[in-house]
Design a protein around this ligand. Structure first.
Ligand code: PAZ
Length: 358
């Protein structure tokens, strides 16, 4: 049973970073980001921080059980490639082991890289001839990003790691001012277990081994505990980091957030609500079942418009083969190849506006 005691109206929590531990590898990740950002700031290149994948919420300090958020990382990894193509340097803040730019083409379970391989006449492993051209293109874009050092991969797993990293990276991106872009496609937990309410050891399901919680010497009630045979989880709300990002951490950058819904009647309303509440630049709304071919842009100027890939240009793999009676008119289109240039265009307008003010 999950009890969620979150209140979506709660104010930003300034104590979060005092009461939740700094990840052990944070300093190393921030050092990598600093030198990456300095390199691209010197070249006056735009830098996009793309977040991708879902965050976890551990239930125990020595974590065996955790709550996860839905996201394969497709939106983030695909968008990162199109940002690189548009001339951005990209910091790819992603859930460890989720999809990555370039390798995503060959790492999905239905698209295993081994299926693209064969043996040649002398027994050496080579790419099957029908895949050569496409793989050569992916490889050359991947190598270019490596040679020019335009892609930095930084992993997270828990929501705590994500928040510490987002804050640390935002601080490092400040010198970029308007050249910085935040593209927040990760699915971030709304509820979590704060450090002070986390149990140390694996929660025991057997009544014979349950921890005695009667003598906790004033410590706060643990967020997860057994009541007889039932597991009771009582989560705190995650601080509204978007507010902190817009108002404090990165006030001069362009900030784009995503909003995922399952009820179509709520999508536009919730996207507009988020934009008005946090006063950032753009919310991109998407529905769980149609996110691969349609998104809703909700802008600060009041505009709302759908971007839709027509049925005849959708990949069969994203529609679960439901397009058998549709006549394909050309190669399949990834919706991110339309989303990213639109975002980049709005970013250009914002940069121009900032310049004209100075
Ligand atoms: O990674 P994916 O392609 O499977 O899913 C992407 C997504 C739906 C998680 C993303 O587009 C999104 O909406 N992220 C924000 C989720 C939210 O916090 O509302």
């Amino acid at each position: 049973m999950v009890q969620q005691n979150g209140n979506s109206e709660h104010p930003p929590d300034p104590d979060y970073f005092q009461t939740n531990p700094k990840p052990h590898n944070l300093d190393r990740q921030i050092t990598l980001a600093r030198s990456f950002i300095e390199q691209h700031a010197r070249a006056n290149r735009r830098v996009a921080l793309v977040t991708s994948g879902g965050t976890t919420v551990p239930l125990e300090n020595q974590t065996v059980r955790f709550i996860d958020n839905f996201s394969a990382g497709t939106r983030g990894a695909t968008s990162a490639e199109y940002f690189l193509e548009a001339g951005y340097a990209v910091i790819f803040l992603h859930r460890q082991f989720s999809l990555l730019p370039y390798s995503r083409h060959y790492s999905h379970s239905t698209n295993c890289f081994l299926d693209f391989m064969t043996y040649n006449d002398v027994g050496a492993v080579v790419v099957e001839s029908e895949y050569q051209q496409e793989m050569a293109q992916v490889l050359s874009r991947y190598r270019k990003a490596k040679e020019e050092n335009t892609l930095l991969l930084l992993p997270f797993t828990t929501v705590n790691e994500y928040l510490w990293l987002l804050r640390g990276l935002a601080m490092q991106m400040r010198p970029l001012s308007a050249n910085g872009l935040f593209y927040l496609a990760a699915a971030v937990s709304d509820f979590f277990v704060p450090a002070e309410r986390m149990v140390e050891h694996k929660i025991q399901s057997s009544e014979d081994f349950q921890e005695d919680l009667t003598n906790r010497n004033g410590a706060k009630a643990p967020a997860a505990h057994m009541e007889g045979k039932r597991l009771v989880i009582d989560l705190d709300p995650v601080p509204k980091f978007l507010k902190l990002l817009v108002d404090g951490w990165a006030p001069q950058s362009m900030i784009v957030s995503f909003k995922l819904e399952t009820d179509p009647s709520l999508l536009a309303k919730k996207a507009r609500y988020a934009l008005e509440k946090y006063s950032h630049h753009l919310v991109i709304g998407n529905m769980l079942n149609t996110r691969k071919w349609e998104v809703l842009f909700v802008s600060a100027d009041g505009g709302e418009r759908w971007i839709r890939v027509p049925a005849a240009r959708r990949s069969k793999s994203i529609t679960n083969g439901n397009l058998d009676d549709v006549h394909l008119q050309g190669p399949a289109i990834e919706i991110e190849s339309w989303i990213v240039p639109e975002v980049a265009k709005e970013h250009t307008m914002m940069i121009e506006k900032t310049k004209s003010k100075h």
